[in-house]
Design a protein around this ligand. Sequence first.
Ligand code: ADP
Ligand code: MG
Length: 252
Amino acid sequence: MNLNSPLLEVKNLEVSINENQILNNLNLTINKGEIHAIMGTNGSGKSTFSKVLAGHPAYSVINGTILFKGSNILDLEPEERSNLGIFLAFQYPIEIPGVSNEDFLRLAYNSKQKFYNKQEVDPIEFLGVINEKLKSVDMNPAFLGRNVNEGFSGGEKKRNEILQMVLLNPDLCILDETDSGLDIDALKIISNGINNFMNSEKSIILITHYQRLLDYINPTYVHVMQEGKIIKTGSAELAKELESKGYEWLKN
Ligand code: ADP
Ligand code: MG
């Protein structure tokens, strides 16, 4: 771990799945304290990129490097990357029947406590920890007793992802279309939760199609992905330009 290196450095990343190359010479550097929005047409590889960062086993990295806090993470399992401080909020959160949300969250929290040689908490102590986090995303405690995401509405699943994020306290948060499926009030609450969570030691990758999220969360940079690479980088203004002009004008 090198404290002076960028939080994330992705160089010449090439990724394939089932013989199809999806990411193609992707480069991205993220420093602490930065929020990077990634936009781009459907199928351009945004979710693939987020899953590769988190260590999804279905994808093969055929070339390139991913350095997190200065160390190569390509050989690390998803849980090891999570312990080091990488968090992915899924575009399509999965349901886990038979596992209560409360148990799931406590086990995830305790495995990270254990990794850092910190005291694990029992179920009673955990309620104290989680209650404060529930407030930050304005979530009803009743969701703790339900099975993970089972029968949750689209917006409730997204809120549950952000609850996991604030609980696990990662350094790099990758939020894949967390705004989709949220009504306006939920969007404001979740944006608020994300803004309160953000600080100069953390970084966020926000994958989104909509300027409306960026009205609440101000990105340091906006990137456009196309055909598996970043084809344009700009300031928050770029997202406004894309909103009015679409993506067609970027094709060369
Ligand atoms: P985005 O999130 O930008 O909409 P994705 O990363 O989900 O795009 O998908 C990028 C491309 O990869 C798409 O063309 C998609 O069909 C393809 N892809 C994703 N998963 C698979 C898979 N398991 N097998 C074949 N192609 C896949
Ligand atoms: Mg996607």
